[in-house]
Every structure is written in C-alpha cells, then in structure tokens.
Design a binder for this molecule. Sequence first.
Ligand code: THU
Length: 139
Amino acid sequence: MSDFDRLFAAAAAARAKAHAPYSKYHVGAALLADDGNIYAGCNIENAAYPEGWCAETTAIGHLVMGGARKIVKAVVIAARIDHERVPGGRFCTPCGGCRQRLSEFAASPSTEIWAADPDGASQHFTMAELLPAGFVLET
Ligand code: THU
C-alpha cells in the first residue's frame, strides 16, 4: 500500500468522526510522521462558531502528543467545493491558519500534502506551495 493510500484510509476514518453539525462539511486529515506513525483528526465544531477547529489541527495535536515532531506527508479529505464556478469543483485545501500550523511541523518546504475528495481523486501540493513566505521566528 502506498503512503497516499494509507493516509487516505486514515483520513477517511477520521472524517467519519467529524463533529460538524453547523457547517455539515466533514473533513478528515492524516499525517505521516517522522516516527513512522500516522496521526489523524477530524474537524470539531462548536455552537459558539469561532471556537471550532479544523481536521488538520486535531491531527497535529495527536502527532505532538504521540511524541512525533515532523510531518513527512499529509492527506486532507473533504467534498469538493465551488462547483458553481469551477467545473467539477475545487479540492478542499487547508485554511490559512492550518497552513501555518502544518508549516510549524512540516519536515521541509517540499513536504507533500494532498487535498483529496472522498472518492480518492486528489490534487498534490508542497508545503511551500501552500504557504510561500510563511512566518518563521528566527532564533
Ligand atoms: N475545515 C477543515 O477541517 N479543514 C480544512 O482544510 C478546511 C475547513 C473545516 C472547518 C469547519 O469545521 C468546516 O470545515 C467548514 O469550514
């Protein structure tokens, strides 16, 4: 099984757990970490809307608590959107805040991130493509 296939399966299982009663937009994310494990997460919404968070953020929390520190590859699964304007719709890409969070733990600017739909079609990005000129704190 390819890394993509393993990550896709984990993200799909996570997506099935999404708590998204407000947007009804279910998202799953899976991260292959430097320790060889896959950490996954779903979006978790809240009645106080701004207090909800994204699937990528849940997955990053699991990665850190699992003792890993680097994301080697990632897959995010959600329904395609914007069908009205784009034929076939566009893939769900990580939001701006999640791009910054993914960047914090990405192994390198070339770390691969796939935006996939539930049927397995996907669009491939690198971390640098998703977040060019991202903020880093010099030490
Ligand atoms: N969402 C994610 O979980 N990940 C993304 O990459 C984009 C958006 C969630 C947040 C919210 O629960 C729902 O999708 C609709 O915005």
